[in-house]
Ligand binder design. Structure first.
Ligand code: ADP
Length: 265
């Protein structure tokens, strides 16, 4: 409950300060900066206890393997799920606080994106299988790009995770990577719920969820696509969506193969 209250406070603080930033005058900027620092420091501090709690639960889980009742095991699994969700949320808040204070740097290198994309698709398969969602990939054998490996991995993960999350059972998700006009393109297409035309631009805003109730139930807080947008623009690229409500969505990322700048904040 305490962690819940703390996190709710962060969410409100981040939301308010984001709105304030848009209209900020000089005196407001000071308190806005302090709020950012507070969110960044507090998120950072929360990461350690959350990971300690998670490891403790795993140890308990192993030790008690043969003695736990089904009910206790279920409670433990629920606690682990909640902890994973909180850890992700705290991580997202920390990323955005760093973006806002200008200290979130991209670590640009030249690397082969193909094995990273394939590994990510493999790692998400237990989730897609659970929902009977077929994930197909069309990725070149080698794709040399310039970018931040971890951030691009996160970008793929956000889009793929959303596609699976917002696609009902027995649906299909396809991931295509291709080269076009000195750019590499990533397309993540699903046969899911789709997005209403009036929401299609808003989904890249922080905390925007097209259907709050449904998204919360699925574990979303509305930060993933704003982080995806930041990653893409930091790679001098663009992200767009084409969607038909009730039929499915396609997210299209377009990033230059060679970047003008080598480091972006
Ligand atoms: P969340 O954590 O809520 O998924 P995101 O920022 O990743 O946050 O997405 C914002 C909103 O955009 C979601 O709440 C959802 O309403 C909508 N959305 C994102 N991806 C999809 C998708 N593939 N299909 C349908 N709706 C989507």
């Amino acid at each position: 409950i305490l962690l819940g209250l703390i996190l709710s406070f962060f969410l409100v603080a981040l939301g308010i300060s984001h709105k304030m930033a848009k209209k900020a005058m000089v005196p407001v900027r000071l308190s806005f900066k302090r709020q950012r620092e507070f969110v960044a420091d507090a998120s950072h501090e929360l990461r350690t206890p959350l990971s300690v709690l998670y490891s403790s639960l795993e140890v308990l889980d192993l030790e008690e393997e043969n003695h736990l009742s089904d009910y206790s095991r279920q409670v433990m699994e629920d606690m682990k799920d909640e902890l994973k969700r909180m850890t992700k949320l705290v991580g997202d808040l920390l990323t955005l606080a760093r973006v806002d204070s200008g200290v979130a740097n991209m670590n640009m290198t030249t690397f082969d994106l193909a094995p990273i994309a394939m590994q990510l698709i493999r790692s998400i398969q237990p989730v897609s299988k659970q929902k009977d969602i077929q994930v197909t990939a069309n990725i070149p054998h080698v794709l040399q790009v310039v970018g931040d490996i971890e951030k691009l991995r996160q970008l793929f993960y956000i889009l793929l995770d959303n596609a699976i999350k917002y696609t009902p059972a027995n649906g299909q998700v396809s991931v295509t990577v291709a080269i076009q006009d000195k750019h590499w393109l990533l397309r993540v297409k699903d046969t899911g719920l789709g997005i209403q035309p009036e929401d299609q631009q808003k989904i890249f805003d922080r905390f925007f969820r097209a259907d709050k109730h449904r998204s919360r139930q699925l574990g979303g807080v509305g930060l993933g696509l704003s982080i995806a947008h930041w990653i893409v623009t930091s790679h001098e690229g663009s992200i767009t969506v084409e969607s038909e409500f009730g039929k499915g969505s396609e997210f299209i990322v377009r990033i230059p193969l060679l970047l003008k700048k080598t480091a972006t904040g």
